[in-house]
Design a protein around this ligand. Structure first.
Ligand SMILES: *Cc1c(COP(=O)(O)O)cnc(C)c1O
Length: 435
């Protein structure tokens, strides 16, 4: 019997049978160094590894677990549904229930197509936008991630950015040429694209609040202007709300900013921790999807009963009055605490927070787009990540990822985190003086 930690043994094995040891790249900790831990279980705000170490979790499965891990009403609904079978491949009433809730909550959505991931939602949204406009090109923002869709994997933030491969191998240059990258918050670049490619641009796809380059907020009037520009050029505005949907408000960023997109992509929270994505919009546009329209889109497991059940229970629980305000207040407490700790020790930070999403950029610049986000001190971030992990706090293993709070995070969790951050910044300041 070896006494090395089980996570370490599993990591050795997993590198032999999973590419890079993982099923999704950022999990491999390449941006921060070291080895990922293997999870045994997660409850509330905590995630526990196979060696029995427990962490306060600010990743929350990259967003879905807004109620906390293993939230009892969600588990109960899944268990009840499970007794009746796991997949039917023919309509089931739960699909309708969840679709109805999505239409009621999200302002721009009248009709919805369930899919199995955020990637499927954005891929299908682009296809639908191209069909509706008869145009090919799509504008996307540098640093925004819309899943691993070929034509959207161009300057795509987080995983791609931290791996140092802004584009992926295996994407034909002709596909990438259909994508026009612009800087987030840069309206002139959007105007320029429309004048460079008149009547060729099908849509702008955007994270209304960026979460995949760290959190970056839209400048006042930016989203409204995108709405007006796309409208005047006969192009569609697609909000990728896979992260912001049901997180920034019950109706997502479009409710919070009162800007109505043509198409909306959903994922993460809508599945309550099971694999669900969705694409929605006005009936007139959505009816172009097969079988009522010519735009083909399908899925063997789409509308899966267990996934629908988890989504329904999650969206139901999110109706609790005052819940979003509580989440926002807690997130502000945390971000303020960390920011003040940094400032006390003369460490420059740029905090960004909206609702229960946040980032602390280690830079003295104002972060408004990907280049300013990329001025973050990545070496300091690596030290921060490992210091916090050693103190039982798990932040995303990349400087270009958002942090998330859940309903389960307690004030004690927040204070523990702020204390650890104070200790980290003190050690950074001391190291700086010594050098
Ligand atoms: C996570 C994410 C996606 C991709 O969703 P998957 O379910 O991982 O395919 C797309 N867009 C945004 C904004 C995301 O945050």
């Amino acid at each position: 019997m070896s006494d090395q930690p089980t996570s370490r043994k599993l990591w050795e094995l997993s590198q032999q049978i999973l590419p890079g040891g993982v099923n999704s790249p950022v999990r491999a900790f390449r941006a921060v160094g070291g080895q990922p831990f293997f999870v045994q279980q997660a409850h509330g705000s905590r995630i526990e590894d196979v060696d029995g170490r427990s962490f306060i979790d600010y990743v929350m499965s990259w967003g879905p677990m807004i109620l906390g891990h293993a939230y009892p009403p969600v588990l109960k609904k899944i268990a009840e549904t499970l007794k009746n079978g796991t997949s039917f491949g023919i309509p089931n009433p739960l699909e309708l229930r969840l679709a109805r809730m999505v239409c009621d909550l999200v302002p721009s959505i009248e009709m919805v197509r369930m899919v199995n991931s955020g990637t499927e939602a954005t891929m299908s949204a682009i296809r639908l936008a191209r069909a509706l406009t008869g145009r090919s090109k799509v504008i996307k923002c540098i640093g925004c991630y819309h899943g691993h869709v070929d034509s959207l994997l161009v300057q795509a933030g987080s995983g791609a950015a931290t791996l140092g491969t802004p584009d992926s191998a295996g994407i034909p240059p002709s596909f990438a040429r259909e994508t026009i990258p612009v800087q987030y918050n840069d309206l002139r670049a959007v105007e320029q694209a429309f004048s460079d490619f008149p009547r060729e641009i099908a849509a702008i796809i955007i994270e209304p609040v960026v979460g995949n380059a760290g959190v970056i907020l839209p400048q006042p009037g930016y989203l409204e202007a995108l709405r007006a520009i796309t409208h005047s050029h006969g192009a569609l505005l697609i909000f990728d709300e896979v992260m912001t949907g049901f997180r920034l408000a019950p109706g997502g960023a479009q409710e919070r900013f009162a800007v109505t997109p043509d198409l909306t992509c959903l994922g993460k929270i809508i599945g309550g921790g099971l694999p669900v994505g969705a694409l929605g919009g006005p009936s007139e546009l959505m009816a172009q999807l097969a079988p009522s329209g010519p735009v083909y889109q399908a899925g063997t497991l789409s509308g899966n009963p267990l996934a629908m059940a988890a989504g329904i229970a999650t969206l139901e629980a999110l109706q609790q009055p005052g819940l979003y305000q509580r989440l926002e207040n807690a997130t502000q407490t945390l971000v303020q605490g960390i920011t003040e700790a940094a400032q006390q020790h003369g460490i420059p930070v740029c905090p960004r927070q909206i609702g229960s999403m946040f980032s602390i950029f280690f830079t003295d610049r104002q972060v408004v787009d990907f280049p300013s986000a990329a001025t973050s001190d990545t070496a300091r971030f690596q030290r921060y990540f490992h210091f916090m992990l050693d103190h039982g706090i798990y932040f995303a293993p990349s400087p270009y990822e958002a942090g998330f709070l859940s309903l389960a995070h307690t004030d004690e969790d927040l204070q523990t985190t702020i204390k650890a951050a104070q200790a980290f910044f003190a050690s950074e300041a001391a190291a700086h003086q010594g050098s």
